[in-house]
Design a protein around this ligand. Structure first.
Ligand code: F6R
Length: 255
């Protein structure tokens, strides 16, 4: 069964007017339901724009969308895809760069060519890269597909970050360094600076999809949904957004 905002199942609660929560059994179901929502949000709008997180959580969504692109049920080739963030000083030819990850999990499988992909370059003029990103994003973002950091970050909007923070260079907090060590081999190898799409840009998206899986995200998801809306938990600012769908598995959101 396909999900839609009219038939979405099972919506659990509404901690704020614009926020819906969907609990799923596991990452596979998360992938299917989130992909349904992506198609619903972007599918009928040929030139729609979306921000795509990397990290482990959204990978089942992109795999599901790629399968739909292959069987012809979803044409993403006219969409514009924005990378969410990148480490400073890492070349896109390094497969651990978020650009390389974005390319192999989003741009290539969905057939989004270079003209329609908005990327960061962690080796180039960073200030100019941020300025250019925000200029293009100002044309309108229809959807942001996001994961949740262990410290409540969205992208690399590390705590404390307010809702108006622009795209910029940031220093990673120890919590982000620790959680990204699995992608780098050790904490020492994780770059300490990154470029991130700003909170302002993410909150400007017409719809935000926040994807959360695993027991290690349980406490931070609880803080996002039920704690104070605070710069100390940047994702809590989503509660002031008019259209957010949180899709979480039972490990992150126990019954
Ligand atoms: C990824 C990103 C991060 C991750 C978050 C969760 O581009 O910007 O905010 O979405 O750290 O990471 P995973 O999904 O690996 O647990």
């Amino acid at each position: 069964m396909r999900a839609s905002m009219t038939g979405l199942m099972p919506v659990l609660s509404f901690p704020s007017m614009g926020l819906r929560i969907v609990r799923v059994a596991d990452p596979v179901e998360l992938g299917r339901i989130a992909a349904d929502l992506v198609v619903e949000t972007l599918g009928a709008r040929g030139s729609a724009a979306f921000v795509a997180a990397t990290g482990a959580t959204p990978m089942p969504v992109y795999a599901d969308l790629a399968a739909r692109a292959r069987d012809g049920s979803f044409d993403a080739s006219t969409l514009r895809a924005f990378q969410l963030d990148e480490y400073v000083g890492i070349s896109r030819t390094d497969r651990r760069s978020l650009t390389a990850w974005f390319d192999r999990s989003v741009a290539a499988p969905l057939g989004i060519d270079d003209e329609r992909a908005v990327r960061f370059d962690g080796m180039a003029d960073l200030v100019e890269g941020c300025r250019r990103y925000d200029a293009v994003a100002a044309g309108g973002l229809d959807l942001a597909i996001l994961g949740l950091g262990p410290n409540g970050h969205l992208g690399f909007n590390e705590p404390p970050t307010g809702p108006r923070a622009p795209t910029r260079v940031v220093h990673l907090t120890p919590a982000s360094v620790r959680s990204n060590a699995r992608y780098w081999g050790s904490e020492d190898d994780v770059p300490r600076r990154a470029i991130t799409a700003g909170m302002a840009q993410l909150l400007s998206a017409g719809r935000v999809l926040l994807l959360v899986t695993g027991p290690h995200k349980r406490d931070i998801l609880d803080a996002v949904l039920h704690g104070p809306v605070s710069d100390d938990v940047p994702a809590s600012h989503l509660r002031r957004h008019p259209d957010v769908v949180v899709i979480a598995d039972v490990a992150a959101l126990p019954p």
